[in-house]
Design a protein around this ligand. Structure first.
Ligand SMILES: [Zn+2]
Length: 349
């Protein structure tokens, strides 16, 4: 398409989408927002809800996008995505936030080459001691930060065609949330209420999850809008407690369970946690993924890349032996992702 024509159409679409406040939410409610636009929720298919293809650990202050080489990254990434596709995956969520290597241009290229449906995110990641948080965060209020994120949803990331399909935040594990932690969660709450996007939070312990969920409630957001990411770092009791509240329990480190030296304890911990949730009647609140990948900026060897396949090759054979039915497996990789990431405001109370 002619470049100017396509810019004209994009502008036309953006302005049409923005007639009246929340109109984009109205128009996209009930769908899933991929990087190439909204899709019907039931065309999400088999989905991996927490993966990475590209990361830059430089830190918000030192990050230099001029150093990124998408061509080199593609060469490394594509064979791994082929492995993902061979297992029937149709959609994946790329969970790398801004200031940590979020790379919409690369994701568009990947979607084009592989045919995979990809979701990216808006939000900031404060885990790892706030080193991936921009300086502006400290000078802005939660409202101002939310406005930036909401704007990414309404008009596109950097004014481009890619919109976020979820909100990604991250906190270090603590006994109490700091005022900056609270500001981050509050910005996520406001963004959820304006966009209907689900909040995915890199969270350590039971306590850090519980604190966020109660803060979200105070600001009118129901636990159903919250994904307790890296819940494998919590306890089985904590999982049941938060599942009972309605939150999503994301057991998402399955890319890192390869039995090395005959040690399969990591893998069986997942089997145990998933079985526990199923037995208690909370399979419908359980999400699984690999947190695998990824191309690391500045790493010459790229030899730490983990495949996106252990769920299919290692986990499922064990779950099936333990009595998980096809319906259960389908629930974990099709039904729950659709339910969890559908665009919908989930108010509390
Ligand atoms: Zn991750």
């Amino acid at each position: 398409m002619n470049r100017y024509l396509s810019i004209y159409i994009c502008t036309l679409v953006s302005s049409t989408l923005l007639v009246g406040q929340h109109s984009l939410l109205n128009q996209t409610e009930g769908s899933i927002m991929t990087i190439t636009g909204p899709i019907a929720a039931d065309s999400m298919g088999l989905a991996l809800i927490h993966e990475h293809v590209f990361l830059d650990w430089s830190g918000a202050d030192k990050l230099d996008k001029g150093q990124w080489n998408n061509e080199d990254a593609l060469r490394i990434i594509l064979p791994y995505l082929q492995g993902m596709k061979e297992n029937g995956v149709r959609t994946f969520l790329e969970c790398t936030p801004a200031y940590l290597g979020r790379n919409p241009q690369l994701l568009l290229e990947i979607a084009k080459v592989t045919g995979l449906q990809i979701l990216t995110n808006t939000g900031y990641y404060a885990a790892r001691k706030y080193q991936h948080i921009p300086q502006s965060f400290y000078e802005q209020t939660a409202e101002e930060i939310a406005e930036i994120w909401i704007n990414e949803f309404n008009v596109g990331i950097g004014g481009g065609q890619v919109r976020p399909g979820f909100i990604k935040i991250g906190l270090d594990a603590r006994e109490n949330l700091t005022s900056n932690d609270q500001k981050l969660v509050l910005a996520a709450a406001k963004t959820h209420l304006a966009t209907g996007l689900t909040i995915v939070s890199h969270t350590g312990t039971d306590q850090t999850a519980a604190l966020q969920i109660s803060l979200l409630r105070e600001h009118g957001v129901a636990p159903e809008a919250f994904v307790w990411t890296h819940a494998q770092r919590g306890t089985k009791e904590g999982h049941l407690n938060q599942a009972r509240e309605g939150a999503w329990i994301s057991l998402d480190g399955l890319g890192w369970v390869h039995p090395t030296n005959g040690d399969s304890t990591k893998l069986y911990r997942y089997v145990d946690m998933i079985s526990n949730l199923k037995e208690a009647g909370f399979l419908h609140r359980t999400l699984i993924s690999h947190d695998a990948g990824w191309y690391t900026v500045g790493d010459k060897s790229q030899d730490k890349y983990q495949p996106y396949t252990p769920i299919f090759e290692l986990l499922f054979p064990i779950l099936v032996k333990r009595g998980f039915s096809e319906t259960d497996i389908n629930q974990l990789l099709v039904k729950n992702p659709l339910e969890a990431y559908i665009i919908r405001v989930r108010n509390y109370p």
